[in-house]
Design a protein around this ligand. Structure first.
Ligand SMILES: [Fe+2]
Ligand SMILES: [Fe+2]
Length: 441
């Protein structure tokens, strides 16, 4: 696109030069006048188009997504290079074919063709459109963000991840969360659901919580997040517009059968395969609260087929460690706990997902399931029947007694084992530490 723009400008200059020499232009006099005026002052631009720090998202070994808020209809883009000076940078525009995507509030750009486990530097930019002659479209001079860097995942990348969950727009604990992530230097963070206070009434609500968190804007400018939606992320009219604000996975990551599973993921972060599953709402589809237009039951079933197929991929089958991420737990130690399939209250565990996904996780030696939703840290050790452990992250409150505290769950391969540490952010201590042997599958 960069080259195309230069060629286009050169073409325009030639056209204008020809007009002078022959005193006859392909342009009408009015067009010529407008073009000359544009050429004399092409840098029509408005300040302050970029309205947030970038948020890296949907990471993959060969691609990286980034989003940022904008003020006003504009085209967003990214320049990315293998050096901090951005020499030889490649430019990617907001996704769209055949037109780059324009948006008046958020720009989503994906960098593709990247090398796995490789460090890159990038900066986001945005231009508005101007029309010097009729429909002729030109970009205003770009406004640029700061330069940041990231490292792509892959089998040779760091075997390390962080998990946050149920942040619910509580900005005081959120500050503790982002500070801990920075301190741990995790290469990726799974944002394991329930990001809004309660629901997304307007698209702006999603923009605000993702790109302009009051105590942590820019926390994912150099480290990508993977969003695993929770039940609250599906509530409110604007939840249906989610994919225009938060980037789904690259379509080539899944088969045509799985085309609707845009946010499920399975990829290698070093020795660990990260698998993302979506438990959906915490009430059955027939529940009156869902308004009659949800289909989470077929959605979970579609993920069952997808999940089984992931273990046929060589890089997942051979992973020394596999961790699955879900919002609603797949197990509850209380036999009377709400399974999410009844009309009373809400799920403490998701029975359909547990019954469909649990055996696949068992059969493939998955060591750990990481969940949230309960707002209270808990560890469920593996049993003879359920070979995977489950760790449930804490909630967003600092004032609900000693048993409740926000957490960052950290997984890291150390001395050949996957070590999981649950950081209690309120009392600044380790709430639990667990270690897992390599898979024997
Ligand atoms: Fe929650
Ligand atoms: Fe939840």
């Amino acid at each position: 696109m960069e080259m195309g723009r230069r060629n286009f400008l050169a073409g325009g200059a030639l056209l204008a030069a020809g007009a002078v020499a022959k005193n006859a232009s392909a342009m009408l006099p009015g067009e010529q006048k407008a073009w000359d005026a544009y050429k004399a002052s092409p840098d029509v631009k408005r300040e302050g188009i970029i309205d947030s720090e970038p948020l890296l998202q949907a990471p993959a070994p060969d691609s990286m997504g980034v989003g940022f808020a904008v003020n006003g209809m504009s085209a967003g883009f990214v320049e990315v290079a293998d050096n901090p000076e951005l020499k030889g940078a490649k430019r990617f525009y907001a996704e769209g074919m055949p037109l780059a995507r324009l948006d008046d509030r958020v720009s989503l750009v994906r960098m593709t063709g990247l090398k796995p486990a490789t460090r890159y530097w990038y900066r986001v930019g945005a231009s508005q459109l101007t029309h010097p002659i009729g429909y002729w479209t030109k970009q205003t001079l770009p406004e640029w963000g700061k330069t940041y860097s990231f490292t792509t995942p892959g089998e040779k990348a760091a075997s390390h991840f962080g998990v946050i969950n149920d942040t619910h727009e509580k900005w005081e604990p959120f500050k503790l969360v982002v500070d801990k992530l920075a301190e741990l230097k995790v290469p990726v963070t799974i944002w394991n659901g329930d990001i809004p206070t309660s629901l997304y009434k307007k698209r702006e609500d999603i923009v605000r919580v993702m790109y302009k968190p009051l105590s942590g804007e820019g926390f994912a400018a150099s480290m990508p997040v993977i969003v695993n939606r929770g039940n609250h992320d599906y509530r409110g009219e604007a939840a249906a517009q989610y994919e225009s604000v938060v980037m789904p996975r690259l379509a080539s990551e899944r088969s045509p059968r799985d085309w609707q599973l845009g946010f499920n993921y399975a990829y290698r972060q070093g020795d660990i395969a990260l698998i993302g599953l979506d438990t959906g709402e915490d009430k059955p589809d027939i529940h009156p609260a869902n308004g009659g237009f949800t289909c989470f039951e077929p959605f979970r079933r579609a993920q069952t087929k997808w999940l089984a197929d992931q273990f046929k991929r060589p890089e997942i089958a051979s992973a020394p460690f596999v961790v699955a991420f879900v919002h609603i737990p797949l197990f509850d130690p209380d036999p009377n706990a709400n399974p999410g399939t009844i009309l009373e209250d809400y799920a403490h565990w998701q029975k359909q997902a547990a019954e469909e996904w649990g055996p696949i996780l068992n059969a493939n030696g998955v060591q750990l399931v990481v969940a949230g939703h309960m707002h209270r840290f808990r560890y469920d050790a593996p049993t003879a029947d359920r070979k995977w452990a489950q760790v449930v992250g804490g909630g967003p409150h600092l004032d609900r007694g000693p048993e409740r505290f926000p957490t960052v769950i950290e997984g890291k391969v150390e001395n050949g084992k996957l070590v999981v540490r649950v950081h209690n952010l309120k009392d600044k201590c380790i709430a639990g530490e667990y270690a897992y042997e390599r898979r024997r599958i």
